[in-house]
Design a protein around this ligand. Structure first.
Ligand SMILES: C[S@@+](CC[C@H](N)C(=O)[O-])C[C@H]1O[C@@H](n2cnc3c(N)ncnc32)[C@H](O)[C@@H]1O
Length: 361
């Protein structure tokens, strides 16, 4: 990860760093990167005051831009590591502290925070539109993720606190939506749980955020196929014999899935610990499941929707019964909506599934 050198521009001095970039029209803001600069020093101060920083904190700042928050964080914390994707912004920030005492306490890292190997930090402050991706990156690994399951994920591995909402009028250029600043604090030590298992379960239950957990499992054929495949692998690895073949009188149709789970809730404006669900879901099936469904169709030689339904085998029946038992008898979570469950519910669910030999990775 390259460190950043100050850019050498002529005549760029400005009396106020808050307006330097805009007034001098140094460069055009890339709004695709969420480049909306906080223009109100009072708001920047309020954010940092509310962030509850300690003098001993190493703070990771995601997307420092020209550094309007960074300089204020530097007043409170021991050190700031600022990860910025845009070299022009990174250079502005570097220049801003050049020759000042705080220069030594600021590391500017150039790159995409989602892909960057992050050094140790105590607290992360983020004022970018990429919080959800970043939170996932922070808690685990890069990858596509459903926004809604992310906040649950983030809470498992990090404490996520909402600092404050910032009105769009405080930014230049003003963004289309209001924004929210969050503080993420990694949990140390990390919970002793397999991230892949946890993530696999959450991918399923959040296939659609307002569906019941039952519908998350039984509502998409590819999900049950995946669970069955994982179960077969687990049995093979653990020498558990499987009785294969079609069920007796085996022309039963797989339940069609969109009718499982009853009327689903209307979309709600939800805010979970500072990560605001502001995306409208048109097709919210994660890429993972689409890929998985396509892969399964390829394996079975089917052609998607036109493929005739086939009878369900004994293993599929067994897996289905195991899933039903976990959801209804063991945990009682079948009719709960994933979005209304908390970390404890998902842990209970994962534990009960694992006990049945059902795994998600
Ligand atoms: C909304 S601006 C915030 C700037 C500054 N924190 C402020 O409040 O004035 C978002 C900043 O995040 C940067 N950014 C966007 N995506 C990023 C990513 N994936 N990794 C690192 N920086 C990113 C943008 O280039 C931009 O400078």
């Amino acid at each position: 990860m390259p460190k950043v050198k100050a850019s050498k521009r002529n005549g760029s001095a400005s009396s106020s760093p808050y307006t330097a970039v805009a007034k001098n029209n140094i460069f055009k803001m890339n709004t695709d990167l969420g480049q909306h600069i906080l223009k109100n020093p009072g708001v920047a101060q309020a954010i940092v005051d509310k962030a509850d920083l300690k003098q001993s904190d190493v703070v990771l700042e995601v997307g420092p831009g020209t550094g309007n928050l960074t300089v204020k964080i530097l007043e409170k914390a021991k050190k700031v590591i600022a990860v910025e994707m845009d070299p022009r912004m990174a250079a502005e920030l570097t220049k801003r502290v050049q020759g000042k005492p705080e220069e030594k306490r600021l590391d500017v890292m150039l790159g995409d925070v989602i892909k960057t190997e992050l050094p140790y930090f105590d607290v992360c402050i983020s004022n970018t539109p990429y919080q959800r991706e970043f939170a996932l990156r922070l808690v685990a690994r890069p990858g596509d993720a459903l926004y809604c399951r992310l906040s649950v994920n983030a809470q498992m591995w990090a404490k996520v606190t909402h600092i404050m909402k910032v009105s769009k009028n405080n930014f230049k250029p003003p963004p289309l939506v209001e924004s929210s600043v969050v503080r993420l604090e990694p949990k140390r030590p990390r919970p002793q749980i397999s991230y892949e298992e946890w993530d696999g379960l959450l991918r399923i239950v959040f296939v659609r955020k307002n569906r019941t957990i039952r519908a998350g499992f039984f509502g998409t054929r590819a999900v049950m196929a995946l669970v069955e495949r994982n179960y077969r692998t687990w049995c093979a690895q653990n020498d558990v014999p499987l009785e294969d073949g079609p069920t007796v009188g085996g022309d039963s149709e797989p339940m069609d899935l969109d009718d499982v789970g009853g009327p689903e809730a209307e979309d709600e404006d939800e805010e979970w610990n500072g990560i605001i669900e502001d995306e409208c879901e048109v097709d919210d099936t994660p890429a993972f499941f689409k890929e998985e469904a396509a892969r399964l169709a390829r394996i079975s030689g089917g052609k998607g929707k036109s493929k005739p339904r086939h009878s369900r085998g004994k293993v599929a029946e067994l897996v289905r019964e195991k899933v039903r038992r976990v959801l209804e008898d063991e945990t009682g979570l079948a009719d709960r909506r994933a979005g209304k469950c908390d970390e404890g519910d998902f842990l209970k669910l994962l534990w009960a599934f694992n006990k049945e030999g059902i795994h998600f990775s």
